[in-house]
Design a protein around this ligand. Structure first.
Ligand code: BJ8
Length: 424
């Protein structure tokens, strides 16, 4: 990586903390990703993106800012990228996938807060996330209780916070609330940019995001093959990078990877051996650089064939209908698309278990590992009914609860190995 010290200093990063984070991440990436065998050649691009995630990509975002674009950071797949692009802005996901500055975090948040929330507090307090620092606006959403209460504190820590309300059920009133929130968000972006969003702008935003989602769905379908042409770790990484990279370039590179995977499938070549036990992961999002559980699973020789997760199919399934001929109609279509997301903060949330069953079938999974972050009430509570309903259909499932620490690695490995033995 080139020397970006000046840029990082300009962003207000704490260079010592940031060096420590990069050193840690670099080591983890080498041992988890680069040690894999039979990786598709086109993964080279995604390795490059990762190696420059705090360098070249941030430089690009700074250049976009200098040219007048605003950078919008967010924590949730409910924040509509189509509208952000329509406003001439750029969307970035704010990672939240690693522990940092835990002692400082526990001075402002209770200990029994999920790791994801603690993570973005830690990144902010320790000044180590260039995406957070480069963002002109940070959007928080009232999804789970943990996030919405934590945002009350977080908005005092950053100068540019915007809060979006969220429905808790899929009744008509819920849809009305989401429509209201998306329109307010659109108005906020118009006010920030001084640009009036037109029908054409939104159509273009929808087209860009639809193309990205279509490429991700193409990747997902290719994983149904046995042998699987790509490891679950690499597929997860691509889903994580989808939140950071330039969307048009990402789509082009992902389609190139899918072209290569199609050939591998035809030639019956896999990244992981044929007949390897096939696992579907379901549950809390695995934000970058959270690779702990997938690394444990694939170390057993099993392959992860899908993620029922917001960093995965729950967040990316469904494209937006672009056929409306008014701006109002297109906004409605965006709302329709997002209102289908079956996050566990909704009650009831029956669609989610149906999706898990559907994915198990479509990707020929032998079993499901339900991944819950400790203290995440929505997903952990829901995991009990998910378990019951999957077992009723004869689908093997194991529920795991963990955090971002490495302390339970041994215990998790033992449990995952035992589960893989059972489903073999
Ligand atoms: S749409 S899953 S990205 S809210 S893990 S912070 S739920 S206590 S992240 Fe999510 Fe949007 Fe839903 Fe998806 Fe709370 Fe649970 Fe923590 Fe969570």
């Amino acid at each position: 990586m080139a020397d970006y010290t000046k840029m990082w200093t300009g962003l207000g990063l704490d260079l010592d903390n940031h060096d420590a984070l990069l050193e840690n991440l670099g080591g983890a990436y080498q041992s988890i990703f680069m040690s894999q065998k039979h990786r598709p050649e086109a993964m080279g691009y995604f390795d490059f993106v990762m190696s420059e995630a705090h360098g070249l990509r941030i430089k690009e975002l700074r250049e976009e800012q200098e040219a007048g674009r605003k950078i919008i950071g967010s924590f949730c797949v409910f924040v509509p990228e189509e509208i952000i692009l329509a406003a001439g802005c750029t969307s970035v996901g704010l990672c939240s996938g690693a522990d940092f500055a835990q002692e400082e975090v526990e001075k402002v948040l209770p200990r029994n807060t999920c790791s994801l929330i603690k993570s973005f507090f830690g990144f902010s307090l320790a000044k180590v996330c260039p995406y957070m620092e480069v963002s002109d606006l940070i959007v928080g959403e009232n999804t789970c209780d943990g996030k919405k209460k934590a945002f009350e504190t977080f908005k005092e820590m950053v100068p540019n916070f915007y809060q979006m309300d969220m429905p808790q059920n899929k009744a008509p009133m819920g849809r009305k609330l989401l429509t209201h929130e998306f329109k307010s968000f659109l108005a906020k972006l118009e006010e920030m940019t001084g640009k009036k969003i037109t029908k054409k702008d939104l159509q273009e935003g929808i087209a860009t995001v639809n193309a990205k989602r279509a490429a991700l769905s193409r990747l997902a379908k290719l994983r149904a093959a046995d042998p699987c042409p790509i490891s679950g770790l690499d597929a997860l990484l691509i889903n994580q990078i989808a939140f950071l990279d330039n969307p048009a370039r990402f789509t082009e590179k992902l389609n190139a990877l899918c072209d290569e995977l199609e050939v591998l499938v035809k030639e019956k070549k896999g990244a992981i051996a044929k007949n390897a036990p096939r696992i579907l992961i379901s549950g809390c999002p695995m934000a970058i650089p959270n690779w702990k559980v997938p690394a444990i699973i694939e170390a057993t020789g099993a392959v992860i064939v899908g993620e029922e997760s917001c960093i995965g199919e729950r967040g990316q399934r469904n494209t937006t209908d672009d056929s409306a001929d008014t701006l109002e109609g297109l906004i409605d279509a965006v709302v329709d698309r997002y209102f289908k997301i079956d996050c566990a903060v909704f009650t009831p949330n029956q669609e989610r278990v149906e999706h898990i069953k559907e994915m198990t079938k479509n990707y020929n999974a032998d079993g499901v590992i339900h991944y819950g972050l400790q203290f995440c009430q929505p997903y952990i509570m829901e995991s009990f009914s998910v378990e019951k309903l999957l077992e009723k259909d004869g689908i093997s499932i194991m529920r795991l609860e963990t955090d971002y620490s490495q302390e339970d690695m041994g215990q998790l490995s033992t449990r995952v190995e035992a589960f893989v033995e059972i489903i073999k």
